[in-house]
Design a binder for this molecule. Structure first.
Ligand code: GTP
Length: 282
């Protein structure tokens, strides 16, 4: 599948241009899919600049996986922080980390006599991973639109945060094409790409397969059946049974969207669909 809207292409070029003004690149990942929501392009663009990774939406992610990912992504020039931006109003820990990441530059400027030098940061990440929410928290007021659909952030501006931190508000960037269809399904499952890119029932079937493998108890609970029964029913039959049980007759699409909405809100359980051991991250 090829999917690369024009404004994202533009965003990449704009970001590339402005990157030499940036001291710390903050890459926001969806903690439920840290690998799928990572843009390989970012590491390439970041080069050897200080790099901060935020695993966001940890309230919805599997806490065990979040811990493993935190360890895995940590690197000599990469600091990692897990957070739930929507609920966490205390941004002090993030500010401390930004200052730590920028400490080399700050030290240099202070040696040259500057007091409170400005630290310029930018947030990057796929749509809907929580960039605007984090920016609002950092700035202390609502400066950008947030919404639970991809592509809400479109403009670009410098915003002032405390402690001399200035933030470049950038739109999310997604890679030009998914070489791996599962990556696309994972992004679709958690709302990082529009629901119209894939058929909802294909995404729902993908999710069912994943839940069977990693979270069978959650799937059984959602399907309102025993684990035994789950083992003896195929994915498509299960989807049909769930559709009918929910009074939607054979409207797979409608039920699939309903299921995906429940998944995204964490109503199926705290679920992560990327395992650090199965991916070659960092
Ligand atoms: P684009 O503008 O599409 O690029 O999105 P964005 O990355 O700026 O994401 P945004 O901040 O708009 O957040 C997307 C949705 O996720 C919103 O409905 C937020 O309220 C929600 N959200 C953000 N952070 C969290 C979090 O930590 N936990 C939960 N549960 N929801 C979050």
């Amino acid at each position: 599948i090829q999917w690369y809207p024009g404004h994202m292409n533009k965003a990449r070029n704009q970001l590339e241009e402005k990157l030499n003004l940036i001291d710390v690149v903050i890459e926001v990942l969806d903690a439920r899919i840290p690998s799928a929501s990572r843009n390989p392009m970012i590491s390439e663009l970041v080069g050897d600049k200080p790099h901060l990774i935020i695993l966001n939406k940890t309230d919805l992610a599997d806490p065990v996986m979040t811990k493993l990912w935190q360890k895995k992504l940590q690197g000599p020039r990469t600091l990692v922080m897990a957070m739930e931006a929507q609920h966490n109003t205390n941004m002090q820990a993030l500010i401390t980390l930004i200052k730590k990441a920028a400490s080399e530059k700050v030290k240099k400027l202070e040696e040259r006599g500057a007091s409170n030098p400005i630290i310029r940061v930018c947030l990057v990440g796929v749509p809907n991973c929580g960039k605007s929410t984090i920016i609002n928290r950092l700035v202390g007021r609502n400066v950008t639109m947030t919404g639970d659909r991809p592509g809400v952030t479109k403009g670009q501006a410098w915003l002032k945060a405390p402690y001399g931190i200035q933030i470049l508000d950038t739109p999310g960037i997604l890679w030009p094409k998914f070489e791996d269809q599962d990556v696309g399904y994972k992004l679709a499952a958690f709302g990082a790409i529009k629901d119209t890119i894939f058929h909802a029932d294909d995404v729902a079937l993908f999710v069912i397969r994943q839940l069977r493998q990693y979270y069978p108890a959650y799937l059984a609970k959602f399907a309102n059946c025993t684990k035994d029964k789950l083992e003896n029913i195929g994915d498509t039959d299960l989807l049909l049974a769930m559709t009918q049980n929910n009074g939607m007759r054979d409207d797979y699409d409608r039920f699939s969207l309903f299921m995906l909405q429940r998944l995204r809100k964490g109503k199926l359980g705290r679920i992560s669909l990327d395992r650090p051991s199965a991916n070659n991250e960092n």
